[in-house]
Design a protein around this ligand. Structure first.
Ligand code: PGA
Length: 249
C-alpha cells in the first residue's frame, strides 16, 4: 500500500473543507492506498466527521507538544490529540524546524511523547539547498535521523518523510533519481539503527508532489508515498494523487 498524506498547513477555511469533501465524494474512485490528511488542529473534529462518512481517510495533526500538560500556552498535547481520535501527527516538518526553531532534540522528545500516547508519527527530515550544494545531504540526513530517533525503539507506528527543503512549496520537485538516492540512504540508516525491521519503515517523499509527477516518483523502489502540501488542498488534485498511488501498489 502506498501513502498519500495531505499536509494542509495553515490553509483551508470551513467553506474550502466542505467543498473538498463534496468533491471527493463525487469522484468516487476506488481507493487502494492509505489516504491521510492533517488539517489545522481546530478543524480536526470536523474533518473526522466528514472523513468518517467517507469511511477511509485518516485525520492527523501537524504538530504536538513534547510536554504532557501544564503552562504551555498555545500548545496541543499528544494525549489530547489521542483523546480526540487523532491517528497520526507530523513531527519535525522543515517549517517547524526553521520558523519555530525546533531542534533535533525537541523533535526527539516530541516523537517519544507522540508514540507513548499511541499516535502514529510521520518524522520529517531533509536538507536545505545550501547543504545540498555543499555536498552535505547525507551528513544532514544522518544527523537528523540519529538525533531525532535517539533512544526510540522500532515501532510500527513510525513513518519517515524525506522532504528536501528546496523542493517544498517551490514547484521544484526532486527528480525521481535524486529522491530515490536519498530514500535508499535513509532506508540504509534505518536498517543500521534497527536491523531488517528498520528497513520496513515506510519512507514518504515530500516537496512539490503533484498528480503529474507522483506516479514517476512512486515507481522508485524506496519511495512508499508522498507528503503533499499544495496539491492536497483541492479534491481533484488529492484524488489524482490517490489514483496514482492506487495504481502503484
Ligand atoms: P508542497 O509541501 O507539496 O507544497 O511542496 C510539502 C510539505 O511541506 O509537506
Amino acid at each position: 500500500m502506498k501513502f498519500v498524506v495531505g499536509n494542509w498547513k495553515m490553509n483551508q477555511n470551513l467553506e474550502d473543507i466542505k467543498k473538498f469533501f463534496m468533491g471527493i465524494d463525487k469522484l468516487k474512485f476506488d481507493l487502494k492506498c492509505e489516504a491521510w490528511i492533517a488539517p489545522q488542529a481546530v478543524h480536526i473534529p470536523i474533518l473526522k466527521d466528514l472523513a468518517f462518512t467517507l469511511g477511509k481517510v485518516k485525520i492527523g495533526a501537524q504538530n504536538c507538544s513534547e510536554h504532557d500538560n501544564g503552562a504551555f500556552t498555545g500548545e496541543v498535547s499528544a494525549s489530547t490529540l489521542a483523546d480526540m481520535g487523532v491517528e497520526f501527527v507530523i513531527i519535525g516538518h522543515s517549517e517547524r524546524r526553521t520558523i519555530y526553531k525546533e531542534t533535533d532534540a525537541t523533535i526527539n522528545l516530541k516523537i517519544k511523547k507522540a508514540l507513548e500516547k499511541g499516535l502514529t508519527v510521520i518524522f520529517c527530515i531533509g536538507e536545505t539547498l545550501t547543504e545540498r550544494e555543499a555536498g552535505k545531504t547525507f551528513d544532514v540526513l544522518k544527523t537528523q535521523i540519529t538525533e531525532g530517533l535517539k533512544g526510540i525503539a522500532i515501532s510500527d507506528s513510525l513513518l519517515v518523510a524525506y522532504e528536501p527543503v528546496w523542493a517544498i512549496g517551490t514547484g521544484k520537485t526532486a527528480t525521481p533519481e535524486q529522491a530515490e538516492e536519498a530514500h535508499a540512504f535513509v532506508r540504509a540508516e534505518l536498517k543500521k539503527l534497527w536491523g531488517p525491521d528498520g528497513a520496513q519503515i515506510p519512507i514518504l517523499y515530500g516537496g512539490s508532489v503533484k498528480p503529474s509527477n507522483f506516479a514517476e516518483l512512486l515507481m522508485k523502489p524506496n519511495i512508499d508515498g508522498g507528503l503533499v502540501g499544495g496539491a492536497s488542498l483541492k479534491a481533484e488534485d488529492f484524488s489524482g494523487l490517490c489514483i496514482a498511488a492506487s495504481q502503484n501498489l
